[in-house]
Design a protein around this ligand. Structure first.
Ligand code: ZN
Length: 413
């Protein structure tokens, strides 16, 4: 999807403003001799921005407005090294709430709803984003934050909460608890708005069925406002995103070239009107695709497919993108198979094909031969590749304290 003329002039204006400042990206563009963009080609030559940049700019190097215009900061959780700090102006905060309110509306939520907010409040963008969007919409916020399941359920019952906002894992926990207590008839929930981490169909069905609610996937990341830049609609076929605030391109994470609509790759986001910390061509490392064509719901906003995984984990065999999470899902379906596995991929010159070898562990009570055939069949039907499968006894594969490298790609050596 190309930039339209409005988006192009918004990007151009941001660059012109950035190079007037002493900010991190202002300096980068100045040094690179970038003065603006007037075409798609020029835009696609702009350098990418990354989380690494934001760490280098810690704490406030990225700030692109005077101090008196900044009303708030947020920070991403940063599991390793320095966190990332994003400054917001009053307009940024308001724009974010407007986008978020639009998300709620897309999910059919109105100012008559009561929205129980279970994501965390504080430095990160979760809870406060759900809250600001709720207030903008005019609905009633029940600002719980995470945890304290007894209190959550009590408020849910007493206040007749109609909307649950949560991570998929917390929604699952609540669904299980409500099921266990047999209090489903006291719950008034109609809809759930769930953070767009990758979650299985099985989990989605369980939550939806146990709570008797429709589920919507919401997308966003701290670097680009926070959650609320896109959400799935009632057709549940991808997430509409707000192209008057952000421009999305999908790139091949290896070649870094944009791919055509419909093709899978890494989501790269450009903010169009952000003031405090504009980001151009920010690499999210999330994998998805733009869904071509109009949504059957009739909304004009373009669509992103549900997030499939992280580019850092992705591997490609016979032109098919695969993620460890998909492998885990397959192995989880087979009786007696443990969660330990590894995958070796190599290129066989003699037949000019990539060979994929899956090694999985199984309990001694099952037939290893049959188990291997089952795994092979699942790979074929669900991922369109036919691996060779070896099943070994539980405890055979190496364990380590650190995150084990499960996919060993010999093709790049
Ligand atoms: Zn739609």
């Amino acid at each position: 999807m190309k930039l339209n003329s409005t988006q192009l002039s918004q990007v151009d204006a941001q660059i012109k403003r950035l190079i007037q400042t002493d900010s991190y990206y202002g300096k980068i563009y100045k040094e690179a001799g970038i003065e603006g963009v007037s075409s798609q080609e020029e835009f696609e030559k702009l350098p990418f921005s990354s989380k690494e940049d934001l760490r280098n700019a810690y704490p406030l190097g990225i700030q692109a407005v005077p101090d008196e215009e900044v009303v708030r900061i947020h920070s991403s959780s940063g599991t390793t090294g320095k966190p990332v700090i994003i400054p917001y102006t009053a307009k940024d905060v308001d724009d974010w709430a407007t986008m978020f309110a639009r998300c709620y509306e897309t999910a059919g939520i109105t100012n008559k709803d009561r929205i129980q907010i279970t994501p965390g409040y504080g430095l990160w963008t979760a809870g406060i984003g759900f809250q600001a969007g709720c207030e903008k919409l005019g609905a009633m916020a029940v600002p719980m934050g995470p945890g304290n399941t007894d209190k959550q359920i009590q408020m849910m019952i007493d206040l007749k909460t109609t909307v649950l906002t949560a991570t998929s894992s917390y929604a699952l926990l609540l669904a299980e608890e409500i099921n266990r207590r047999g209090i489903r008839d006291q719950i008034h929930l109609k809809k759930g708005v769930i953070g767009s981490e990758r979650w299985s169909e099985k989990m989605r069905d369980y939550i939806s069925r146990e709570l008797g609610i429709e589920l919507y996937d919401i997308y966003g990341l701290t670097e680009i406002y926070g959650p609320g830049i896109g959400i799935s609609c009632e057709k549940n076929d991808g997430m509409h995103y707000w192209d008057d605030y952000i421009y999305i391109e999908i790139i091949d994470p290896k070649t870094l070239q944009p791919v055509p609509d419909g093709e899978e790759g890494e989501i790269v986001i450009t903010t169009l009107v952000k003031e405090g910390a504009p980001l151009l061509r920010f690499r999210t490392h999330d994998i998805s695709r733009i869904i071509p064509g109009e949504c059957p719901c009739g909304r004009k906003h373009p669509r992103l497919d549900i997030i499939k995984g992280r580019s850092d984990d992705m591997f490609k065999v016979h032109g098919v993108n695969m993620f460890p999470s998909q492998v885990e899902e397959i192995l989880g379906m087979v009786d007696g198979v443990s969660s330990e596995y590894n995958i070796n991929i190599a290129h066989d010159e003699s037949i000019n094909r990539d060979i994929i070898l899956v090694t999985a562990e199984a309990e001694g009570r099952v037939d290893f031969e049959k188990t291997a055939q089952t795994i092979k069949g699942l790979f074929k039907s669900r991922m369109s590749v036919t691996p060779k499968v070896t099943v070994v006894p539980v405890g055979t594969l190496p364990r380590s304290e650190k995150k084990t490298k499960r996919v060993i790609d010999h093709r790049e050596e």
